[in-house]
Design a protein around this ligand. Structure first.
Ligand code: GAL
Length: 352
């Protein structure tokens, strides 16, 4: 009896603790595995396609197209996730649930794509931009004839966001959008425009609810625009206009956001079609020891959109060159800004 009661209790507790700890460790991710299923804190594949990421304090927020199965088809949804290390993401719910914003749009087939969120320090509001599109009633405009941005606001990063209005920035057709926040805090919207074909980089108004002025127009048949400011140079990345199909993405550089911009060059081996992905964003992680610029691409699966993947890869960047090496599982140290390939002992690939 004695033998049973005394030692069993603490041993049971220890076993329970070990089981509990290993379960919580098992959930913690210590790598980014480009192109794989990426589980959130609840074990579901992250649904933040065509996303946008901002940093508030030491928390990163990732917004994107919510495409999980079983969604109410009367609405379009924007998801929100948060992370402290860019590897482990907690699902914070759908930050925006939008019903058809304009009766001019056909009921079926209208889309909300590539949402981006900015935080406005003056108004203390979070302002979301999104690409709204669809067929316009009474026209032959096709599925992407509306070509507008929508704006929504919230007091909190996680929402709920309230829809405000839609418009054509600078009175232009606007399709894929990207966001860029410069080191001085200035906020810009990047939007792809036709029939001219090219990127507009446009500064947002003081309250971010409007587009104030054209900063630059880069004439090139590209979309999926992303910008990073790195060591005195601006790098813009874009993909060719091939819809969901991947293509060789390209980059150009300038010493000022207003240009002049260089010619475009490849960011990856042409035959890989950017490792089967399409540009969405470039994130700069500035740590105590190093700065890492991450290329964020979407690997679209048009007929199973919920299963579309993310290709996040550390870039080789500097002196006017930008290259995305073959993606492999990697780990980021958010504090130092350094990264390593999981299976490599050598810490870093050499810079250009
Ligand atoms: C891509 C665009 C995506 C989506 C898709 C639809 O070119 O980047 O966001 O709009 O076309 O075909």
């Amino acid at each position: 009896m004695l033998f049973r009661t005394i030692p069993l209790k603490p041993i049971t507790l220890i076993i329970c603790n070990i089981l509990f700890l290993s379960a919580s460790f098992a959930q913690k991710r210590n790598m980014i595995d480009p192109g794989s299923v990426w589980p959130d804190d609840q074990g579901n594949h992250i649904q933040a396609h065509g996303g946008g990421i901002i940093k508030q304090g030491n928390t990163w927020y990732w917004y994107g197209e919510e495409r999980r199965r079983g969604l109410d088809t009367n609405y379009r949804f924007v998801s929100c996730y948060s992370s402290k290390d860019l590897m482990n993401w907690k699902f914070r719910g759908d930050a925006l649930k939008l019903s058809k914003p304009d009766t001019a749009l056909f009921d079926r087939g209208w889309v909300l794509e590539r949402p981006k969120v900015y935080y406005n320090k003056k108004t203390r509001k979070y302002v979301m931009y999104m690409h709204l599109d669809g067929r316009v009633k009474g026209t032959n405009s096709g599925g992407y004839g509306y070509a507008r941005v929508g704006v929504a606001v919230s007091d909190k990063a996680t929402g709920p966001f309230t829809y405000v209005r839609s418009f054509r920035p600078l009175e232009k057709e606007s399709r894929d959008i990207g966001q860029f926040i410069d080191d001085d805090g200035s906020a810009y919207l990047i939007f792809e425009s036709r029939p001219t074909k090219g990127f507009y980089i446009a500064k947002l108004s003081d309250d971010y609810l409007d587009v104030k002025e054209e900063t630059s127009f880069i004439q090139a048949p590209l979309e999926g625009g992303a910008i990073v400011h790195y060591k005195g140079l601006y790098y813009v990345v874009g993909s060719a206009l091939t819809g969901w199909r991947p293509n060789p993405n390209k980059y150009a550089i300038a010493t000022s956001l207003s240009g002049p911009w260089s010619d475009f060059k490849d960011i990856a081996p042409v035959e890989t079609n950017t490792y089967n992905s399409q540009s969405t964003m470039l994130i700069k992680v500035e740590g105590k020891k190093s700065t890492t610029v991450i290329f964020l691409g979407d690997q679209w699966k048009p007929s199973t959109q919920w299963d579309s993947r993310y290709l996040w890869a550390p870039t080789q960047i500097g002196d006017g060159k930008l290259w995305v090496p073959e993606p492999k599982p990697w780990r980021l140290n958010i504090k130092t800004g350094e990264w390593v390939y999981i299976n490599d002992t050598d810490s870093k690939i050499p810079q250009h």
